[in-house]
Write a protein that binds this ligand. Structure first.
Ligand code: SF4
Ligand code: SF4
Length: 367
């Protein structure tokens, strides 16, 4: 296992994190516990969970699994989250997470799912940020972190404005990295930990190995290895957070770091360039097309279109609608074809046409 400094916290964490968001269905606790133990056996020390994951059972499963770990000198670092705006609600949510995990303190506690700067201002105004800092003073949280879907520029600003934020968890992988690269580098440079969630693009990379074959070097046995090595080789990324569902997933992650040779920086740069070139007809999620006068969340719909373009099946595409907080196809149909977004798109994408395709997706169809 490769271990990295988590920002300036003085903690060394495993570069592969256990993401408790994809426990096997039905959420059988024994299988989930066995998965976490398998990850632990390969040296994982970073364990992430949250309320509502896996039918709201993830924190319970992670708590049970951690309590049943054999004694070891290896540290355990917990991570959980609260999306509450209100300070009192945030506190209640934190206390519930502590209870379910069965720990006196959570190592990395996140102000969860900050969508944009306005959302962040609401977390501050509502008291959530102050509640997190107070909980840290009381020893209930070791490090205050933020999990966000903001753009790279917005993340860089957040980091600059708030030295109290010690780490960030962001969606970041070989497909969407240009959108957040600036923020990830700024956070790392400013001494913050950076956890990359969704490193395999929600399973898209392993499910479409031919499309992503170009990620691989001759040393990589498969695309999963390459996609993980791409992140672990990046000094700006502290943890690649993987949602394991099967023992095979744990084994695949192990192959990516044992033995581990970091890609040289020149190769990383080459890879970044070819990823951008190879996906120049895909939305990078940069957000420059916004705002839309109809309030259409264009980057989210274009992300769904990316999956369609890659030949994702019905279930995967429906999963992307759900991932984007239950977007529905009819919301894409609100487009009045004013053309503003297309004139701003950095990739010169035919957004209107793509929105029409997404709007025509039948969420209820049986695959
Ligand atoms: S063309 Fe459609 S999606 Fe684009 S800005 Fe206009 S209304 Fe919004
Ligand atoms: S549609 Fe174009 S401008 Fe909008 S997020 Fe995607 S790549 Fe960026």
């Amino acid at each position: 296992m490769v271990y990295k400094e988590y920002g300036s916290t003085g903690k060394q964490v495993s570069s592969i994190g256990f993401g408790g968001m994809r426990f096997p269905l039905p959420h059988d606790h024994d299988n989930g516990i066995a998965l976490l133990h398998a990850a632990r056996n390969m040296g994982v020390t970073y364990f992430d969970t949250a309320p509502f994951y896996c039918d709201d059972q993830s924190e319970d499963i992670v708590g049970e699994a951690l309590r049943s770990l054999p004694d070891s000198d290896m540290p355990v670092y917990t991570s959980s989250k609260s999306s509450e705006n209100d300070g009192n609600d945030f506190r209640r949510s934190l206390e519930k997470s502590l209870k379910r995990l069965g720990v006196p303190s959570i190592t990395f506690f996140h102000i969860w799912c900050v969508m944009n700067p306005e959302d962040w201002r609401n977390r501050v105004k509502g008291g959530a940020f102050a509640a997190a800092l107070k909980a840290k003073e009381e020893g209930l949280i070791e490090h205050v972190c933020v999990s966000t879907h903001m753009s790279g520029t917005q993340i860089a600003r957040l980091v600059e404005d708030h030295p109290e934020i010690e780490g960030l968890t962001v969606g970041y992988c070989a497909i969407n990295f240009p959108y957040r690269r600036k923020g990830v580098v700024a956070a790392h440079t400013a001494g913050r930990g950076v956890v990359a969630m969704n490193p395999l693009a929600g399973g898209l990379i392993p499910q479409h190995p031919d499309t992503f074959r170009f990620l691989q070097t001759p040393d990589d046995p498969d695309v999963v290895t390459a996609a993980i090595r791409f992140l672990v080789s990046d000094p700006a990324i502290t943890v690649a957070l993987i949602g394991f569902s099967t023992p095979g997933h744990v084994e695949a992650a192990r192959r990516a770091v044992e033995p581990f040779t970091a890609y040289p920086e020149a190769h990383m740069e080459e890879l970044r360039t070819s990823i951008q070139r190879g996906f120049d007809q895909m939305c990078t999620g940069c957000g420059y097309c916004l705002p839309c006068p109809q309030g259409i969340p264009i980057p989210q719909f274009m992300d769904i279109h990316n999956y369609m373009q890659l030949g994702a099946d019905h279930e995967e595409i429906a999963g992307r609608f759900k991932f984007h907080w239950d977007l529905t196809p009819d919301q894409a149909d609100r487009c009045i074809q004013c053309g503003l977004c297309e004139s701003r798109c950095t990739q010169h994408l035919p957004i209107i046409q793509r929105l029409q395709r997404v709007a025509g997706f039948d969420l209820t169809a049986t695959p």
